[in-house]
Ligand binder design. Structure first.
Ligand SMILES: C[S@@+](CC[C@H](N)C(=O)[O-])C[C@H]1O[C@@H](n2cnc3c(N)ncnc32)[C@H](O)[C@@H]1O
Length: 351
């Protein structure tokens, strides 16, 4: 029987529940990957190959689960296996060797470590977040903000900053390559964490002087990275609070995954601060998982916004049209979107 649904004709007998089940059980595959990162499967394998028994012993795993676990990773595309049965030897794929081996500078597993350690549990309370509008993370049982709670525990702070680097590195690299810096001399990255965006821009554009602005607790982490990459003469680390201080003057003000942490009033405050710190023709850049204007397509952006409910309560992700309307209110004169990688874009407003 043919029926109309949202203007699309479909055959009811041909309907297939597999997508429903695939998404419904998506957490199985997700938890297998997160656990493999947590147990350092990809780091321990490094450039070697091992039988299931050898790898299981190295990871201190009970024999019951080792073949199911490693073969699930093979089937999910995160390990290769040469040969079958107990003689089969497991090794990294090119992608896991590059991105999930801690010995590589391109390691992005920090964000998955944090997802395994914190977010996986907190998402178990999504329905409570939806009913109350309140965060479901560590903040749930205190009156403090997410950053206060994370930053009073050094290991959580380090984990969070490493996680942000893993999530943002690819997008910042594309931004450093694609954005036309030839008209500008100075950049201030607000909420710059480890200084990653400034480091990538400084390396790509030798004429740029950069500043990375963040809370005082983050200062030493940023300095450590900047010194390690010998960029101290190109990047200044500035400590401050963007709810009590003004921003340093710069030709380009960037905010990577900052606006989505906050409610509308605070978003508008940050946009106004950026406007005040820019010269005429200066650029304000928000790097975010910008939701498509009709809110139908960018699944990661929409789920990220739910993640902001879990983490921050009233923080939310937004569309390009939302961003532009707030920027117009602040006085910006034009706007464009630069697509970066996957679901992420740079929303750019010019003063
Ligand atoms: C979600 S992280 C984004 C980090 C980085 N921009 C990125 O995209 O990977 C938010 C950053 O904002 C910083 N931050 C939070 N509250 C702040 C405040 N009141 N003033 C300055 N920075 C703040 C945090 O320390 C953290 O580094």
């Amino acid at each position: 029987m043919n029926t109309q649904e949202q203007g699309v004709e479909f055959d009811e007998n041909a309907l297939d529940p597999s997508h429903i089940l695939e998404v419904g059980f998506g957490f199985w595959g997700s938890k297998v990957l997160l656990t493999a990162v947590e147990l350092e499967v990809f780091t321990k394998l490094d450039d070697k190959s091992m039988t299931g028994e050898e790898l299981g012993k190295l990871l201190d795993l009970h024999p019951r689960g080792i073949f199911d676990f490693f073969d699930a990773l093979v089937a999910l595309g995160f390990l290769y296996r040469d040969g079958d049965g107990s003689e089969g030897r497991y090794r990294n794929t090119p992608a896991t060797a590059k991105f999930l081996n801690k010995h590589q500078p391109s390691y992005i597993g920090g964000v998955l470590e944090m997802a395994s350690d914190r977010l996986f549990r907190f998402w178990g309370d999504l329905s409570s977040g939806l009913k109350t509008g309140k965060p479901q993370n560590e903040v749930k049982h205190s009156q403090k903000s997410m950053f206060d709670v994370l930053y009073e525990d050094t290991s959580k702070l380090e984990q969070f900053i490493a996680a942000m680097s893993g999530l943002s590195r690819g997008n910042f690299q594309v931004f450093a390559e694609k954005f036309d810096f030839s008209k500008y001399q100075t950049l201030c990255d607000v909420g710059g964490a480890s200084g990653l965006l400034s480091r990538l821009v400084a390396k790509q554009h030798p004429h740029m002087q950069c500043m990375t602005f963040d809370l005082p607790q983050v200062e030493n982490i940023a300095k450590r990275w900047i010194e390690q990459e010998e960029l101290s003469d190109r990047i200044q680390v500035i400590s401050g609070d963007f709810f009590t201080d003004s921003l340093p003057q710069a030709d380009v003000i960037t905010m990577g995954l900052i606006l989505h942490d906050w409610n509308l009033e605070k978003k508008k405050h940050l946009i106004r601060l950026a406007y005040e710190a820019l010269p005429e023709n200066g650029a304000f850049v928000a790097i975010e998982n910008l939701i498509d204007d009709a809110r139908r397509e960018n699944i990661f952006g929409l789920l990220m916004s739910l993640n902001m409910l879990i983490e921050c309560g009233d923080g939310f992700d937004f569309t390009g049209a939302d961003f532009w309307s707030w920027c117009q209110e602040a006085g910006f004169r034009s706007y464009e979107v630069l697509h970066l990688a996957g679901p992420c874009s740079a929303a750019i407003a010019y003063k």
